[in-house]
Write a protein that binds this ligand. Sequence first.
Ligand code: ATP
Ligand code: MG
Length: 237
Amino acid sequence: MALLEVEELRAGYGSQPVLDGVSFEVEEGETAVLLGLNGAGKTTTVTNIVGVNTPWGGRVRFDGRDVTGMSPPELVRLGVCLVPEGRRTFPELTVYENLRLGAWTRRKDAAGIAASVELVFEYFPRLAERRDQAAGSMSGGEQQMLAIGRGLMAAPRLLLIDEASLGLSPLLAKTVFEVVDLINESGVTVILVEQNVGALRHADRALVMEKGTLVYRGVGDEIRDSTRLRETYLGKA
Ligand SMILES: Nc1ncnc2c1ncn2[C@@H]1O[C@H](COP(=O)(O)OP(=O)(O)OP(=O)(O)O)[C@@H](O)[C@H]1O
Ligand SMILES: [Mg+2]
């Protein structure tokens, strides 16, 4: 059984449909990357999985359990956590305070929280150096690290990261993806939403979305090594 099963997911905004029957599975321990051009429906897919939006139809199963339409707090408690697009942090709060907020579903677990903070600081030493700095005063890359760190504070089993590398320099993007590898190696299943095909190097499974449907499902290497596939689905670089 896959850890996440998405079956014929349909969703949209108001009366405007966006997702037209999206189906895929992600096995426990994998990293999957969901690729697609602007407006393809990637964010809509993940927000409907984590309960930020309510699907119009179809099913989402996590660890065998039907979680379709559950609220984000319920899903966080089950171990599903989204790092949203746009690296939203609380700008007035410090790095440490932002991290603490990520652990609100387990706020009575002081030892667990302390261990998670240590882990985040180990992954991102820059955040440790800036522990007491206001999040809003940090660079975009540092805020992205903080957004991922805050997601980890929920001790997720499945971490979804929407556009981790957007706006980062190639070097910073590489640093972030290397941490994603470490997170995955620690046993967390990861879904990366990306426009950056460089993410394929870090993924076991690739999904490509176009106009609200998946047009390609396969192993990352195939699409990485095929210029034709890349150009068909993702446009010319
Ligand atoms: N809150 C919203 N209200 C209305 N329409 C929306 C909303 N969010 C997204 N859409 C529309 O849904 C479609 C899919 O958008 P979505 O954000 O899921 O795409 P995406 O693949 O994440 O794109 P990007 O790479 O630009 O982030 C687009 O046509 C978009 O305009
Ligand atoms: Mg998006």
